[in-house]
Design a protein around this ligand. Sequence first.
Ligand code: COI
Length: 365
Amino acid sequence: MSPFNDPSIRFTRTTQPRPRPEDASLSFGKVMTDHMFLMDYEEGKGWHDPRVVPYGPFSLDPATSVLHYGQAVFDGLKAFRGEDGSIRLFRAQRHAERLNRSCRALCIPEMDPALIRASFEAIVAADHDWVPRAAGTSLYIRPTVIARDVMLGVHPAHRYTYFVICSPVGAYYKEGVKPVRILATDTHVRAVQGGLGEAKTAANYAASLSAQQEAEKLGFTQVLWLDGVERRFIDEVGTMNIMMRIGDEIVTPPLAGTILDGVTRNSILTLMRDWGLGVSERRIDIQEVMQAGRDGTLAEMWGTGTAAVVSPVGQLQYKGETITIGGGETGALTRKLYEAIIAIQYGRAPDPHGWTSAVRLPVAA
Ligand code: COI
C-alpha cells in the first residue's frame, strides 16, 4: 500500500539508509538523500508507474538521445523545516506549472500538474528526516525529465523518464547573503528571442559555462548577461533574475522570451507591490546602469533565485570599468526582501498568498 497522499505512487523503502551530514557542513547540492521518485513515459501508454525507490544510478545505453541532443528539462524548489517542526514546500504549484512549460518548449509530453506536486510531496515525505534544521538550510528538490530513446536521429523522443532527487543544502554561494562581484559580458550570450532562454533546460546552463569560467578566473562570482542581439540590455545574472534600485525606481527586465520566469522573482515582485512599492518591468540598458553607478544613484542591485534566494551585488565591471553599488554593502531593501521571503518559507510570518504547503508525513513514519 502506498503511504503517500497519492495512492498511485508505489514505495520501495531503502534497506541501506546512509548517514546524514551535519547541518553545519552543508553547502549546495553535494549530498543526495536516500530515495528518488521515478515515472516513465512511452508513446501510446503515456506517463505511468509513479514510484519512490532507493536512490541510485541509472543504466543508460550510450546512444540514449538525452546524452547527444540535450532533450532535458528540470526545475528546482525547496522544502523548509519550520520552528513548529512542520515541513513546507514553497510554491510547489508554480514550480509544477513551470516544469510543464519547459517540457512544452523541448517537445516533451507534459505531466498532470497534480501528479508533479504529488511527486514533490512523496519524495519529501519519504526523506523527511533529511530536511535539515539549522537556520538557512533546506531540502533542495530537483525534478528532471530526460529523453530515453536509443537512437542517433535528431527528433523528439518517444520515451522519457521523470525523476526527482533531493539534496539537503546550505548557502548556494560561499559568501552567503553577502555582496558578490559580477562581470557584464559582451562576448558571450546566454539566450536569444525565439530560443530556449525561458525554459529551464540543460542547454542554457551549458551555454553559460565558458563565460562563467572566465569571470571566475578574473575573481568575479557571476556573469551579468546582456541581450543576444544588441548586447546592450540586461537579461539575467548567472542563474538568477536581476533587480535594481536606481534613484526611486525599482527595475527588473521584463519576461520577453529570453529570461526565466523565476519563482523567487515573482514572489519578490509580489511582496514589493504588497508593500506599495512601484516596480517597473522594462528593458534596462547597461549604459544606464553604469551611469547610475558613476553618479551614485544606483542604490542597490540583487539577484533572485531559488538556490540563493536573494544575492546582493556589490560591484559590477563592464568594459574594464568597475562601479561599486551601495558602498559595496547589502542594501536595506535587499535585506528586507530576503528576510521577508525566508520568514514565509520557514513559517515564521503569515503567508497571505498561500505560497507554502505543508507536507503530510507518511503514515508509517
Ligand atoms: C536557482 O537560482 O535556483 C537556480 O536555478 C540555480 C540552480 C541551477 C543551481
